[in-house]
Design a binder for this molecule. Structure first.
Ligand code: MG
Length: 387
């Protein structure tokens, strides 16, 4: 029986993790759950899964919950770290959104817990430190993302030296077939109108800009120790092939299924076993198509390749500026293309620190957020933009 701590259990990935667990209740015990905003749902989950501990980062909401339940609640900024320190679980499922996920992953590694990773910030911003630590402590990091799960499966049992290229597929996002002008004027609704995957709002905007794909490129570099020159992105609108590996003999191994996050989640938990499908089997009723990503319409992907080449603190800066800008866009406080131009300007100004410490990364993140705020503020002052 696997003993799990699930961080971010009320989020989009977290709830799908629990769907998988519902299919195999005798294989798992839930030691801890953590949530932030949605206390109602968290309370329902506590009643159903009976964890030994609960984490709520929001202090006020934690106090609310304390009135209703008797099990120990960790609250505030330390809540996630305290859960990572619990001796009772063996696998941490990190589906926290945002930067809090980095420290939590590091702490779980130091405690020799396996990590099933859905938090993007961990590897994008601190990939070098995290992978070094995982090696040092002999900890397994299993990706929950469909693309990295696909790559993991295509690389399984193969000689890494025979890899010619990792090919990461991409649905193209909600604005895939729009013109440059339409993209410039895209509304929040346009950008959220994602077709093939059901995801949270932040990641759906990141899919529309292709920044999410850029993050996945950087994550793949760290997970599979691959230089950026050996990673390619291909637009595949049907989202049936989740990624592929080209080998030196020109063979391509691909992993395919209907698009559903519950499959990569289940595989991260079942590996090296394969359990019965949590989703329906693909029936070959769709034609599969591929095309090159258009960097002129989706320049955020180019920024990610730039960050991937430079590494150091630049990916963390890109990520933090993107975080800030996507929130602004969702609040209707900037235009769609401002996301790209602001991130680019912030990255240009950044003095990159190679082989950074965690403190360097944290400083760069605060700097980038401030700089994005300033850059966007100046633009609005000059153009008197009204949205
Ligand atoms: Mg993905």
């Amino acid at each position: 029986m696997k003993k799990l701590a699930i961080l971010g259990s009320t989020g989009n990935v977290g709830t799908q993790v629990l769907d998988v667990i519902d299919m195999y209740p005798d294989k798992f015990q839930i030691i801890a759950l953590s949530g932030n905003g949605n206390i109602k749902l968290l309370k329902k989950q506590i009643e159903k899964y009976k964890p030994l501990y609960v984490g709520v980062t929001d202090e006020k909401k934690a106090r609310e919950l304390k009135k209703e339940i008797t099990i120990p609640i960790f609250s505030g900024n330390e809540a996630l770290i305290k859960i990572s320190d619990l001796p009772e679980f063996d696998t941490l499922i990190n589906s926290v959104v945002g930067l809090a996920g980095i420290e939590t992953t590091l702490r779980a590694i130091e405690n020799k817990k396996d990590v099933a990773l859905a938090n993007k910030e961990t590897l994008v911003s601190a990939g070098e430190i995290v992978m070094q630590k995982a090696k040092e402590y002999g900890v397994k990091i299993m990706p929950i993302d469909s693309e990295h799960s696909a790559l993991f499966q295509c690389l399984n049992g193969e000689d890494i030296k025979a890899v010619h290229q990792l090919v990461i597929t991409c649905s193209g996002g909600a604005l895939r077939d729009k013109t440059k002008e339409e993209i410039e004027n895209a509304s929040v609704e346009d950008a959220l109108g994602h077709k093939t995957w059901s995801m949270g709002q932040k990641i759906t905007i990141d899919s529309a800009t292709l920044m999410n794909k850029g993050f996945e490129v950087i994550e793949a570099m760290w997970l599979y120790s691959m230089p950026i020159e050996k990673i390619k992105v291909v637009v595949h609108p049907e989202s049936i092939i989740h990624s592929m590996v080209k080998y030196s003999d020109a063979s391509i191994i691909a992993q395919m299924s209907d698009p559903d996050m519950r499959l990569p989640i289940q595989y991260a938990l079942s590996y090296p076993e394969r359990w019965n499908a949590p989703i329906k089997h693909f029936d070959f009723s769709k034609n599969l198509t591929f095309k090159e990503p258009d960097l002129e319409r989706f320049p955020c992907l180019d920024l990610a390749f730039w960050a991937a080449k430079e590494l150091g603190t630049l990916p963390a800066v890109m990520n933090a500026a993107n975080d800030f800008m996507v929130q602004k866009f969702l609040n209707r406080e900037c235009r769609f293309m401002d996301i790209y131009t602001t991130i680019k300007n912030v990255m240009k100004k950044h003095e990159n620190i190679k082989h950074p410490t965690l403190t360097d990364i944290q400083h760069s993140i605060s700097w980038a957020t401030e700089e994005a705020k300033k850059t966007l503020g100046e633009k609005f002052a000059v153009n008197k933009l009204k949205l």
